[in-house]
Write a protein that binds this ligand. Structure first.
Ligand code: GSH
Length: 204
């Protein structure tokens, strides 16, 4: 069984949504970031960056153990292992990759940056606002995209949807005003969040 080391952050959610949606058996090991459980020697041996999420799969490719950090790497690993959420048509892959990278590298890091600026000992309001405007702009583009296609990269659910959902839900929880006035995004999020696997994944 795969061991997952995670907390309920957007990156942690991304990994857990991936495991649940791909139907891979796993055990959740909750890592309390406030207690520094991600900086112990045992944890650093798995990820020297001292960050969640991490998975350990005793039955990786070739029957070898795989230890893997980086939520999007975990998402792709699960998708490849299960054969799900990756378009079979090669012509559909560039769009999927672009959507995946936007979800993983535009949305989530910006959300983390805003949190860090807002929670800083001396918060700098103009900097926070600049990053909030940038994040809202990314969501505006996602809303337009989801007005044209049912899902993030077309008419089927792909890893891009699973990645975007994690960033969306964390933003909804902490900075809901940034998502106001985006009906297509809301329609997509309601459908994605109702999926039983996603529901299970969100219970940290
Ligand atoms: N690029 C990494 C980022 C991982 C990351 O930032 N993890 C955060 C939680 S969302 C963390 O562990 N923070 C604690 C720390 O950096 O000390 C990923 O996608 O997994």
């Amino acid at each position: 069984m795969i061991e997952l080391y995670a907390a309920g952050t957007s990156n942690g959610m991304r990994a857990r949504i991936a495991l649940e949606e791909c139907g891979l058996p796993y055990k959740l090991n909750f890592i309390d970031l406030t207690k520094g459980e991600n900086k112990t020697p045992q944890f650093l041996a798995m990820n020297p960056n001292g960050q969640i999420p991490v998975i350990v799969d005793p039955e990786g490719p070739g029957g070898r153990k795989v230890t893997l950090a980086q939520s999007t790497a975990i998402l792709l690993y699960c998708a490849e292992k299960s054969g799900k959420f990756l378009p079979r048509d090669p012509a559909a892959r560039p769009t999927m990759l672009q959507a995946l990278m936007s979800a993983s590298t535009d949305i989530t890091p910006l959300f983390g940056t805003i949190n860090a600026v807002v929670r800083a000992r001396e918060p700098h309001a103009p900097t926070a606002q600049m990053f909030k405007d940038r994040l809202r702009e990314f969501f505006r583009v996602w809303d337009a995209q989801l007005g044209k296609t049912k899902y993030a990269a077309g008419d089927e659910v792909t890893v891009a949807d699973l990645s975007l959902l994690a960033g969306y839900l964390r933003t909804k929880g902490a900075l809901a005003d940034l998502l106001e006035g985006f009906p297509n995004l809301a329609r997509w999020a309601d459908e994605m969040t109702a999926r039983p696997a996603v529901q299970r994944a969100l219970k940290f």
